[in-house]
Ligand binder design. Sequence first.
Ligand code: S3P
Length: 174
Amino acid sequence: RITARIDRPVVLVGMMGVGKSSVGKRLATILHWPFVDADDEIERSARMTIPEIFESYGESYFRDGERRVISRLLAEDATPTVIATGGGAFCNPATRELILERSLAVWLDSDVDTLVERTARKDNRPLLRDGDPREILGRLREERAPAYSQAPIHVISANGPHTQTVNRVLEGIA
Ligand code: S3P
C-alpha cells in the first residue's frame, strides 16, 4: 500500500485532454483516497451540462460556479481527496489562489499533438467548437502556461498509457 506523506488534497490542473481525470482516478485508487471530478460536480449542482451552461449563461458565469464548487471541495474539514479540475479553473486568479492555499497542485502538461488527439475523443468542450482545435489548444496552452507554472509540481503527461504519468505524480507528491 502506497501512502502519500501529504495530508492535503491533490488538485490536478492543466489543459483539456491532458489526462487529469484518468490520471486522477488511478492516483486516487493507489492512495485509497476518494476521487472527484470538479466538472462533474459543476454539472450536478447546475443540473446542466457544461456546454449548456456556456450556451445559456456564458463563460464567466461558468467560472464563478467552478470557483464555488472547488471552494466547497477544498473546505477546511474535507478529507484528503484527488480532484481533477477543468482546464481553465487554475487560470482564474481567485480559483488559483484557493487551490494554492488549500491543496497541493500538480500541473499535468502534454504537447499539442497529444492534446488534439485526446480531445478529439469527445465533443463536450465548448471552447473547441468555434474553430480549429489544434489552433485553439496551441493558443490556450501558450496563454495559460504562466498560470499553470505556478503549481508547485510539474509532470509531463506523455502520449500513451497513463501509468508512467501516475508514477511521476506519486514521486512528485511523496
Ligand atoms: C475548459 C476545460 C473543460 C471544461 C470546460 C472549459 C477550459 O474541462 O471545464 O469545457 O477552459 O479549458 P477539461 O479540462 O476536463 O476538458
